[in-house]
Design a protein around this ligand. Structure first.
Ligand code: AMP
Length: 626
């Protein structure tokens, strides 16, 4: 990489709720890195099976057969409390179990290798990030440490902190976190550099699997990106559309045709969700698709046709709500829709024709920009920023300047349970702002500072980030002693709160701890070592599986060799007997020892090869087994 003097390149990771994508800046352009299956995006999913842990493509296939131990949607849990109403809504839909851990932390419960295990969402996300890191390392042939990770624009401080922690657990040095739409705009800006004259306004419409973000940005000729406003819904996306389809099928199954309730059958629901998602994708390019599931429940098959019209009818309110959010974003940016020069589509769900038609209508027929692949744009932009931050001196990368904004207002609880905003939403970051508050009673010696994030005027309706008590206020009549509350947001969108008693100069800082979901150093360290442990276990499993296959192939080859050359007639009967005995014994041993350790498998193979050495005197026509 030019100029960074570092042979470990920084990567960009789009840690999506449903799919993740990794990219790197190389040879003066961004390269999307395919995974070990050759796919450019990887399902954000981890399956825990009896013998192994599968991350990405392999795990996705387990959703239908092993739903209780196949974990997805970690992004919907990360940085949230178990009692959060959104978490409670999601739990009802997930086939895996989530319980309330200490401190109201949600814990995912699975059975792995026959044992019950509990994981935090950060750990699941770290497994996915680890997979993306490995994908990049395999492609680049180098160890990768530094990464820019993207988050939905509407993620609050806790969710950002938790995502950063997930990166640390995965062994990554998170050099920056940026909002997904901002990353997409960078991708768009670089891809259309020559067409940008002066300053243009772009609207990024990002409808993914679970999150919906709208951002309005200006891009200046030369590459300065300024976010004007963001709006969104952390609970709107493709999986909601899938759920509507699932609910419809469940209803059909129950009330109309078969009179059977399959809501308690998790395996059937998993298979149905999988089929609905597939049918939905087909409806993006055909008027009709079908769901065909043999023996779905109680031996009954489900065969149903799905038309585009039905799909639209089931989801119209959700599509309309996305347009409402878009209008909020325009009004926050103080722009009319005619001010928008380009509408950029990001996220797999923007492929839905009805969504595109509604956007076209809203913008009076203005063409929608699809020049950057909606599944890859976010990782693309993150990789550009990663390269810039790691010192790449190439002009196109250095020119990228970024002015992001804070997605939600930040402030403190004040008298009367009101929310006193210190930094309003859509303020450009990094930023710092302060407010002065006075004591509310005579001789008040301490004050509680409760920090919230959100847009509601009653403080408790917002998201609680943390709280602390500032003591040592000198005795004085009510309203005399002053307390300065200082908020600082860094380039990652992460907040530090400092409080100063103005008369004494005493300073208190908000230590980010359990109260706002930040994991302690000790917990992170434990998770890092667990992540390493699971990785080693995975490697051990693979090594064992490969040795098992090799021994199986060896038995097969030896058996064939005997047959092929009619060796029975050529070799002395004693040698023959010994070889046949060894082959039969090894074959039986294999059947009885599926879990044998690698060394034992290797020894067995060496032994069989040794006994069957005479076979190699004959020309080798049978398949090689190594
Ligand atoms: P993303 O989070 O951007 O990867 O988007 C994933 C979501 O896009 C999932 O809910 C997919 O089902 C959905 N999706 C992907 N391709 C299509 C398509 N062709 N039509 C409709 N939805 C799609």
């Amino acid at each position: 990489m030019a100029g960074n003097g570092n042979d470990s390149p920084a990567i960009g990771i789009d840690l999506g709720t449903t799919y993740s994508c990794v990219a790197v800046w190389k040879h003066n352009r961004t390269e999307i890195i395919p995974n070990d299956q050759g796919n450019r995006t990887t399902p954000s999913c981890v399956a825990f099976a009896n013998k192994e842990r599968l991350i990405g493509d392999g795990s996705n296939n387990q959703q239908a057969t092993n739903p209780a131990n196949t974990v997805f949607d970690a992004n919907r849990l990360i940085g949230r409390r178990f009692s959060d109403s959104k978490v409670q809504e999601d739990i009802k839909l997930w086939p895996f179990k989530v319980i309330q851990g200490s401190d109201d932390t949600p814990k995912i419960v699975v059975t792995y290798k026959g044992e019950k295990k509990e994981f935090m969402a950060e750990e699941i996300s770290s497994m996915i990030l680890g997979k993306m890191k490995e994908t990049a390392e395999a492609y680049l042939g180098k160890v990768v440490k530094d990464a820019v990770i993207t988050v939905p624009a509407y993620f609050n401080d806790s969710q950002r902190q938790a995502t950063k922690d997930a990166g640390t657990i995965a062994g990554l040095n998170v050099i920056r976190m940026i909002n997904e739409p901002t990353a997409a705009a960078i991708a768009y800006g670089l891809d259309n550099k020559s067409d940008i004259v002066g300053k243009i306004n772009v609207l990024i419409f990002d409808l993914g699997g679970w999150n919906f973000d709208v951002s309005i940005m200006t891009i200046e000729e030369g590459g300065v990106f300024e976010v004007k406003a963001v709006a969104g819904d952390t609970h709107l996306g493709g999986e909601d559309f899938d759920n509507r389809m699932v609910d419809h099928c469940v209803l059909e199954f129950k009330s109309r045709r078969w009179n059977k309730d399959l809501t308690g059958n998790q395996r059937a629901l998993g298979r149905l969700r999988f089929a609905c998602e597939k049918a939905k994708r087909i409806l993006s390019c055909a008027n009709q698709s079908s769901i065909e599931l043999d023996s779905l429940h109680d031996g009954i098959d489900l065969y149903m046709k799905f038309t585009q019209a039905k799909f639209i009818e089931l989801n119209m309110d959700l599509f309309k709500s996305s347009i409402k959010t878009l209008e909020t974003c325009l009004s926050d940016a103080k722009m009319k829709k005619s001010c928008i020069d380009h509408v950029i589509l990001v996220g797999g769900s923007t492929r839905i024709p009805k969504v595109q038609r509604m956007l076209l209508e809203y913008f009076n027929g203005r063409e929608l920009c699809k020049s950057v692949n909606p599944d890859e744009a976010v990782a693309y932009g993150a990789a550009v920023l990663a390269s810039k931050l790691s010192g790449n001196t190439e002009k196109s990368v250095q020119d990228v300047g970024l002015h992001d904004v804070t997605p939600l207002s930040l402030g403190v609880g004040v008298k009367g349970h009101r929310f006193g905003v210190v930094i309003p939403r859509n303020t450009q970051i990094p930023t710092s702002k302060s407010r002065i508050y006075v004591t509310a009673s005579d001789n008040q010696s301490e004050v509680g500072i409760v920090v919230y994030q959100g847009e509601r005027s009653k403080c408790t309706d917002n998201h609680l980030l943390g709280q602390f008590i500032v003591s040592g206020i000198p005795p004085a009549p009510k309203g005399v002693s002053k307390i300065m509350v200082y908020f600082e947001i860094d380039a990652n969108g992460i907040l530090t709160v400092t409080v100063v008693i103005t008369s004494t100069g005493k300073i208190e800082k908000l230590t980010i701890n359990d109260a706002n979901r930040r994991l302690s150093k000790e917990v992170i360290e434990k998770m890092v070592s667990d992540a390493e442990k699971y990785k080693l276990e995975d490697q051990e499993f693979e090594k064992k599986a490969r040795a098992y296959n090799k021994l199986e192939d060896c038995v097969y080859t030896m058996k064939n060799k005997i047959k092929e050359y009619n060796i029975k007639k050529r070799e002395p009967s004693e040698t023959m007997k010994e070889m046949e005995k060894a082959i039969a014994e090894t074959s039986k041993w294999l059947g009885d020892n599926h879990d044998a350790p690698f060394a034992e498998l290797d020894l067995k193979k060496m032994h069989l090869e040794f006994v069957c050495k005479p076979l190699f005197r004959y020309k080798n026509k049978v398949a090689e087994y190594n």
